[in-house]
Write a protein that binds this ligand. Structure first.
Ligand SMILES: Nc1nc2c(ncn2[C@@H]2O[C@H](COP(=O)(O)OP(=O)(O)OP(=O)(O)O)[C@@H](O)[C@H]2O)c(=O)[nH]1
Ligand SMILES: [Mg+2]
Length: 202
């Protein structure tokens, strides 16, 4: 379960619930994992391709209304980026996925192979992190014809992981905020239902 802590707000003399969530990005090399994080966290984009070596962690908070707490709740996401290239990724993956609260699986709209391989990525993820919320991002829509992607197949694929899919572009920003907000709200909902279950036993 994501950790929760309460913090004093400087502006109001009220405390605001804060939930911490670990979100991991997965997908093949070059699909745009690092670029999506950069767009979401810094609102920037770079055309240069600098391969991620090992892993990198970024942080961003979102504020969402939590119906159970009946108040605004801050979801502090630590966003984990991993190299897509096979290699020592294999050695890192257990530590990388351990304790993950949500997964963002990324493929490239111009490269069907990257989509076919998401299944393998998600399968391994579930083994380590459990059945956490997943969002599937079909990235680089500024380059590709989204009509090429069989939406019907995509819907079935999404069903298997109960995950919605989003067409995104780290370059233009299209769909990026929506996808990250979706995963953070589903993590919060899951945390809330676990909390309800816990309280039911008290
Ligand atoms: N046109 C376009 N280019 C993109 C988009 N997202 C990423 N790119 C480019 O694709 C290349 C690879 O992007 P990265 O974000 O480094 O890919 P990655 O998945 O992190 O790759 P690894 O770290 O090797 O696993 C870079 O040149 C980016 O500028 C996009 O939405 N549209
Ligand atoms: Mg990268």
């Amino acid at each position: 379960m994501p950790e929760e802590e309460y913090v004093e707000s400087d502006e109001e003399w009220t405390s605001k619930p804060r939930v911490r969530a670990k979100v991991c990005l997965v997908g093949d090399a070059g699909v745009g994992k690092t670029s999506l994080i950069r767009r979401f966290v810094l609102n920037q984009f770079d055309d240069k391709y600098i391969k991620t070596i090992g892993t990198k962690v970024s942080k961003k908070s979102t504020c969402l209304y939590d119906g159970f707490r009946e108040r605004e709740t801050e979801v502090v996401m630590t966003i984990w980026d991993i190299m897509g290239q096979e290699g020592f990724r294999e050695l890192l993956k257990d530590a990388y996925f351990c304790g993950a609260n949500g997964i963002i699986a990324v493929c490239d709209v111009t490269n069907q192979e990257t989509m076919n391989r998401l299944d393998g990525w998600l399968d391994r993820t579930y083994k380590i992190a459990g059945e956490v919320p997943v969002a599937i991002l079909i990235n680089k829509v500024d380059l590709g014809d989204r009509g090429k992607i069989e939406e019907r197949n995509m819907a079935q694929f999404g069903k298997a992981y109960e995950s919605p899919f989003f067409f995104t572009s780290a370059k233009t920003g299209e769909g990026v905020e929506k996808a990250f907000m979706d995963i953070s709200s589903r993590i919060l909902r899951r945390e809330t239902s676990e909390r309800k279950e816990e309280l039911a036993f008290v």
